[in-house]
Design a protein around this ligand. Structure first.
Ligand SMILES: [Zn+2]
Length: 366
């Protein structure tokens, strides 16, 4: 089916279907490649007793190359669909039916299923009620997630999970990895004792590994890797399996290793170890240090505010804007208390009502 990038393409598809178009329908569909916005037309043929309505799939809305994926926080394809719908309504005097223009949502009814639908209590869009026992019946999934997020924000629950690791020199930061727990890093068992000794229990705890630490780490990693490589076996892959397996060739100490990316735990370990050795080599050669960021006593609200300033406001905003964006959930006092806390732990600076994220703040949410 056609990629519909203009009203002309859509119009051609409608003409190809034939019959009298009465409804143009835009519905979201999702698969492993992501969301797509599908267009259908309902046409009427025959008269009185033989009158029949038929639904035809026309294609999916596709963005012209120069267009960004999102416009004002909404998927850009939905703006295109609205333009197409308005042009089609004018030309054919049809009904344009687009139940979820703001968010991609698979739970909306088709035009013919409208009588089975309810109106979401929060955003008022039509939805087929969920049959999941774990989800509320009166709101859509997006509004359910929004309510959950608002509750986390209001309740200010603890949120200390998440450790970031960077390689740094002269104000330059290269992100090496993120893990929910420190123990999940490949290098964790080799630096565990050192890191624990250096933890201070500050609200934001930054443990540094200097040149000598990284040289020692590299030696330990190389020893462990050479043990693992003793039992390395090259994957035997027949043609049928080749379709399902992803392989890579990695060079280490002048030898090539073919690594199966999915389904082989030993190979994934070898790959992670080689990456860790190479990173340590780069750090030693370039005089970088490692910085590992831990949180103690952080909350969802702290984390949310840092992300809001960093991602939504591109690093800087003012208190008036933060208050107005959160007034439906938080009081001005709650907001000010959170900002002061973030200032105390050097994640933001506040000056004359202007709030800016610091390098420390960026390192916690990048
Ligand atoms: Zn809703």
């Amino acid at each position: 089916m056609a990629d519909i990038t203009s009203f002309e393409t859509l119009d051609m598809e409608i003409e190809n279907v034939g019959g009298k178009p009465v409804v143009l329908e835009a519905l979201w569909g999702g698969d492993t490649r992501g969301w797509s916005l599908l267009l259908y037309v309902y046409t009427v043929s025959g008269f009185s007793f033989t009158k029949r309505t038929t639904r035809h799939f026309l294609g999916h809305v596709a963005l012209p190359e120069e267009m960004e994926q999102f416009t004002d926080g909404r998927p850009s394809v939905s703006f295109l669909a609205e333009q197409f719908g308005s042009s089609a309504s004018k030309k054919y005097n049809l009904t344009f039916y687009f139940p979820s223009p703001k968010h991609a949502d698979e739970d909306c009814p088709t035009w013919e299923e409208r009588h089975l639908a309810i109106t979401c209590a929060d955003c008022h869009k039509l939805i087929i009620p969920t049959d999941s026992p774990y989800l509320p019946k009166d709101i859509c999934y997006d509004c359910h997630l929004t309510r959950e997020r608002d509750k986390e924000l209001k309740d200010d629950e603890p949120c200390d999970e998440g450790v970031h690791m960077y390689m740094c020199k002269d104000g330059e930061y290269e992100h090496l990895g993120y893990s929910t727990y420190f123990d999940s890093f490949t290098i964790a068992p080799f630096i565990d004792e050192k890191v624990k000794k250096r933890l201070t229990k500050n609200p934001v705890d930054v443990v540094e590994l200097g040149r000598e630490d990284i040289i020692e780490l590299k030696c330990k990693l190389e020893d462990a890797l050479s043990e693992k490589l003793k039992s390395y076996t090259k994957p035997v892959i027949n043609e049928r399996m080749r379709k399902f397996l992803i392989t890579d060739t990695i060079e280490y100490k002048g030898k090539d290793y073919e690594i199966t990316r999915n389904s082989n735990h030993e190979h994934m370990e070898i790959s992670n170890f080689i990456y860790s050795v190479q990173t340590a080599e780069k750090a030693i050669a370039g005089n970088y240090i490692y910085k590992i960021y831990f949180k103690n006593g952080f909350t969802y609200r702290d984390d949310h505010f840092l992300r809001f300033i960093h991602y939504v406001c591109q690093g800087a905003t003012n208190i008036v804007n933060i208050n107005s964006e959160h007034k439906h959930i938080l009081t001005d006092t709650e907001i000010m208390r959170t900002l002061k806390k973030l200032e105390q732990v050097h994640c933001v600076t506040i000056y004359n009502g202007e709030v800016s994220i610091t390098q420390m703040g960026r390192c916690l949410v990048s």
